[in-house]
Design a protein around this ligand. Structure first.
Ligand code: SF4
Ligand code: SF4
Ligand code: SF4
Length: 272
């Protein structure tokens, strides 16, 4: 049972959120929404723990496509960062605001950047491209801060122009997603690296990185077992110096908890 511990913990956490929000608001949507997400994550992590190769991809598609297609395209909830700023400015505590608070701001204190490894609908497509291994790091990480400021500026402009109606939010969601996919796929091909967009462009990492630094669940390295063979470093799509157990290891806040490193370690020194 020990190997299913993380799957059970995360399922319970999401189910608790589902029940609590349902009771607090009387809105059945919260029960169904968070139960679905918790079940997807719990089942996926259990499958991974049982040794199934595509457990992570399965969760990513179950959660990512649900959010993009059902919440975004069908229910017209703007789940992009601009939607979060706009709902926040309007004081609307709906799907997008709660989503950001749980998955991207406070959740990372528990599960790090699990969002990036198991749920993001942008990475869900990028991960299908053939460049699964990292091609190293370029000094382009500053772009994410520009993108972050641009997202705030866009929202400021829309508020100033009084263009915050549902239709504008929906168009913003469509345009934002198309932009992310085009830039993400282009960069992946250019740099031969599926996760180039995550490394340099994605504005959400400005929230995710500092919070995930303190994550309770993280890849730990038993350095007494490690022979510094370097296999984990070669396997890591995010260039994390995972054979160092310190929270200050190189690219520590880039870990997307994909668990690839744990599978290649010949000494079983890496644990989640
Ligand atoms: S860094 Fe951004 S695009 Fe990449 S997985 Fe995380 S949220 Fe998605
Ligand atoms: S793969 Fe294992 S043994 Fe090799 S460097 Fe990484 S943690 Fe150490
Ligand atoms: S390979 Fe390991 S260190 Fe790298 S992102 Fe995946 S879980 Fe994190």
């Amino acid at each position: 049972m020990k190997k299913y511990r993380t799957a059970i913990i995360l399922f319970i956490v999401f189910e608790t959120i589902a029940l609590w929000l349902w009771q607090a608001t009387g809105n059945l949507f919260f029960l169904l929404n968070f139960s679905y997400i918790g079940t997807s994550i719990g089942v996926g992590l259990a499958l991974i723990a049982a040794g199934w190769k595509y457990g992570r991809e399965l969760v990513q598609f179950m959660v990512g496509s649900y959010m993009l297609v059902f919440l975004g395209l069908i229910c017209h909830e703007n789940m992009q960062i601009e939607g979060f700023w706009l709902y926040l400015a309007a004081g609307i505590w709906g799907g997008a605001t709660l989503h950001y608070l749980i998955a991207k701001i406070f959740g990372p204190l528990l599960f790090g950047r699990g969002w990036c490894g198991y749920a993001c609908w942008t990475a869900m497509i990028l991960d299908l491209l053939p460049y699964k291994n990292s091609s190293g790091r370029r000094k382009l990480g500053f772009i994410r801060y520009i993108m972050f400021l641009l997202s705030i500026a866009t929202v400021g402009l829309l508020i100033w122009l009084k263009k915050t109606d549902a239709n504008t939010l929906y168009i913003l969601f469509l345009v934002g997603n198309i932009f992310y996919y085009v830039v993400g796929i282009t960069l992946a091909i250019l740099f031969r690296d599926n996760r180039a967009f995550c490394k340099y462009i994605c504005p959400i990492t400005v929230l995710l990185k500092p919070m995930s630094f303190f994550s309770l669940l993280r890849i730990r390295c038993d350095e007494s077992k490690c022979t510094k063979c370097g296999k984990c470093l070669k396997e890591c799509p995010m260039d994390v110096e995972v054979c160092n157990n310190s929270r200050n290891r190189k690219n520590a806040t880039e870990c997307i908890t994909c668990l690839r490193c744990t599978k290649v370690c010949p000494k079983k020194a890496l644990k989640y």
